[in-house]
Unconditional design. Structure first.
Length: 403
């Protein structure tokens, strides 16, 4: 069974690279970048057509799309629900619900994690750390595991926020102050590592690097970036990062020059590394992302600099990977989210605007700007087969036709 699941994952990973699916929170290659070019940024009547609408409850889970279905998670009256929607018309295919407090601490609350789709499985984690494996077709629970008793630590006032990462027959997730490995066949916890002090939390998703010639999980925890052997959890190296609130929500970003890590409190840093050590290349305040994660395209990083959480006065910036220098900056942004596709950037602003920017280190050219929806938006937009999926904090999901 283990080898079968491993084979299914490999088949899925190859297929999703070429298909128009968005099966991981940050896209086909888990880097916020799509290869899709079959979409336009000029629309009849000045705005893209709304294909469908749905309501899924409060939360910040983004949308994943695979096999003509769209998945997300929401909370209604203390009940958290995993939704499988028809990706073409928004109708509900199946749901699975369980009790889960909303916990609106300094924001609306609800689930933060995004479903991960691997072959015929849907993997989700609840706000309090309930990890589920569903049959993608029927919604049947294959297994479920509560990470809280195993990890033995608090999960923080904002709950689990990272999404499940699957490598071979194992699932990895940042839970509370530790990186936890779970058997993908049975849901049995295997080990935990990179564990920090009680009350120190991470809200990121680990990434897999093979740049050093050795597979390493890079996990951005509360106090440091850890490199971990995915086979046994051994820590290869630890690189300190963070000050202030140390609220790390942005995932590590792999580049040919090293890994970029960032936070709203401590700016950004490029770290070069080997299988056994890490070295700071540069560190500055030029790109400190918060709830969004930078995208790296052709030697440049693109994203919103939170500038110490200056609501409504933040800038979208292009920063050179090798030097950390700003190439250009545009005012008028906030706690937004963004992806790259077809040499363009799609920015979903906190206030529900869609801003399309040209991917270029030469200047910050705005190609289109249109109000899509009302409400609050921290969840990353999803692009799949020319359709853009957006989700508000209150749980309104809309699908827009960009073709």
């Amino acid at each position: 069974m283990r080898s079968k699941l491993h084979l299914l994952f490999l088949v899925f990973a190859v297929r999703s690279t070429f298909a128009a699916e968005w099966a991981l929170r940050r896209g086909p290659d888990n880097n916020g970048i799509s290869t899709e070019t079959n979409w336009v940024n000029q629309w009849k009547d000045g705005e893209p057509r709304t294909v469908w609408k749905a309501s899924v409850g409060v939360g910040f889970s983004s949308i994943t799309v695979a096999g003509h279905r769209a998945w997300t998670i929401g909370n209604t009256d203390g009940t958290e629900t995993v939704y499988a929607l028809n990706a073409t018309n928004g109708s509900v295919v199946w749901t699975h619900s369980y009790p889960e407090p909303l916990n609106p601490k300094m924001y609306e609350g609800g689930p933060n994690s995004t479903p991960t789709i691997v072959s015929n499985r849907v993997l989700t984690v609840s706000r309090s750390g309930k990890l589920f494996s569903f049959d993608a077709e029927s919604g049947r629970v294959v297994w479920s595991t509560d990470l809280a008793p195993y990890a033995g630590n608090e999960n923080g006032q904002w709950g689990a926020a990272g999404s499940p990462l699957v490598i071979g027959s194992r699932i990895f997730i940042n839970y509370g102050s530790a990186l936890v490995a779970v058997d993908a066949d049975s849901g049995k916890p295997l080990w935990q590592t990179a564990k920090e002090s009680k009350g120190k939390y991470s809200f990121t998703t680990p990434v897999l690097s093979k740049e050093s010639g050795t597979p390493l999980l890079l996990a951005h925890m509360h106090k440091a970036l850890y490199a971990v052997n995915p086979d046994n959890g051994t820590v290869a190296w630890r690189h300190e990062f963070g000050r202030g609130y140390e609220t790390h929500c942005s995932d590590p970003v792999l580049t040919p020059s090293g890994v970029f890590i960032s936070s709203g409190d401590d700016g950004g840093e490029l770290v070069s590394f080997t299988a056994t050590s890490a070295t700071r290349v540069w560190k500055n305040a030029n790109l400190g992302t918060f709830t969004g994660t930078a995208v790296a395209v052709d030697g440049f990083l693109y994203g919103v600099d939170s500038g110490g959480y200056r609501k409504g006065a933040q800038e979208f910036r292009c920063v050179e990977v090798s030097t950390g220098k700003i190439r250009w900056q545009l005012p008028g942004f906030s706690q937004d989210s963004w992806i790259a596709a077809g040499e363009r950037l799609l920015v979903l602003t906190e206030g529900g605007e869609l801003v399309v920017l040209k991917v270029s280190p030469d200047n910050g050219e705005i190609l289109a700007r249109v109000q899509l929806m009302g409400g609050k938006f921290w969840s990353q937009p999803t692009l799949s087969d020319g359709l853009l999926y957006c989700r508000s904090a209150k749980g309104e999901v809309r699908c827009f036709d960009l073709k």
